[in-house]
Write a protein that binds this ligand. Sequence first.
Ligand code: ARG
Length: 397
Amino acid sequence: MNNKKVVLAYSGGLDTSVAVRWLADRGYDVIAYMADVGQGGDFQKLKKRAASAGASKVVVQDLKKEFAEDFVFQSLKAGAVYESKYLLATALSRPIIAKGLVEAAKKEEAASIAHGCTGKGNDQVRFEVTAMALAPGLKIIAPLREWNMFSREDEIEYAKERGINIDVTKKSPYSLDQNIWGISIECGVLEDPWKEPPQDAYKMTIDPEKAPNKAAYVEIEFKNGAPVGINGKKYPPVALIEKLNKIGGKNGIGRTDLVENRLVGIKSREIYEAPGGWILHKAHNDLEALVLDRELLHFKQGISLKYAELVYYGLWFTPLKKALDAFISKTQKNVTGSVKVKLLKGVVSVVGRKSPHSLYKKEMATYDHGDKFDRSIAEGFIKIWGLPYKDNKGKGL
Ligand code: ARG
């Protein structure tokens, strides 16, 4: 174990590039670890940048498949949405990146890991709690909480003085975090919760006003709660999400605007795009409505809220999350079938659903010929159902 070796979660942005040098300046041998969760970007260029900042080694690991299968689809099955509007793209990516970081540290025999999160966000919590759960002995360094650079300009100056090759010209006025499941956008004008987000803040979706006037129809096939096909064709998880991101994006699907409660006690305004995510979430929900009985469905809705909190709070690798996963898996046994969705100008509507496990019985529901529902037993049912409230003269009201 090398006490002066650190593996840093490196994004290629200004913060983490400066962090490389800051750690190196303190005598650390810095290994830059880049997880590919579908954020895009030129990894070759970023590798060079890490080296120019002083990293002795750069590791790039493609985690997209594992992320889609074990994190994103698990969250989809759980029906997790934070505060009704956030499908948790960033929050889901942190535990898998932190896991990769911890594994890289073990492999490199580094005694420490580091990250470039700020001291007032949720991501620092998610990274560190994951590392604490998976590798309690590792030391965690958070340069941005320690150094005394307080603005972007301070960091740019630090980088320039030390010849770190950063391209500051292309800086977006927003802070972005993207992966296959969606993008989180904050800062700049978005910090005023009264101001409508400008169109240039969005990256994955077209303005719904400019989307086609003609609806697009998509049929999604699910097996045991996981999406497996689109329009009759099978797709592996990553390709399936990417395909729906494209179709959804073109139709302006999946934008949300949220003033959210951060774990660290602050309210922040953030906008999100998750075109494929919202299509899948709505389709999955609808299929569950067809195949789950009432009690299970309603109970699961409460679990979805809790699950979303656990993901948001950085509690992915915890006993409660594991126990809930066992419950979720059990609920997905019959969530197999197809859902037809209609995409039109920013709106996803489910217009059809079918399943070999459907609990919908036309002969029970129909008001037409062939009705098999026995009305005569309804009367007795109502008498007993209403019994506690009968003849109590409104007591307790
Ligand atoms: N507020 C979201 C969360 O805590 C996203 C955070 C990252 N956002 C960003 N624009 N860098 O999960």
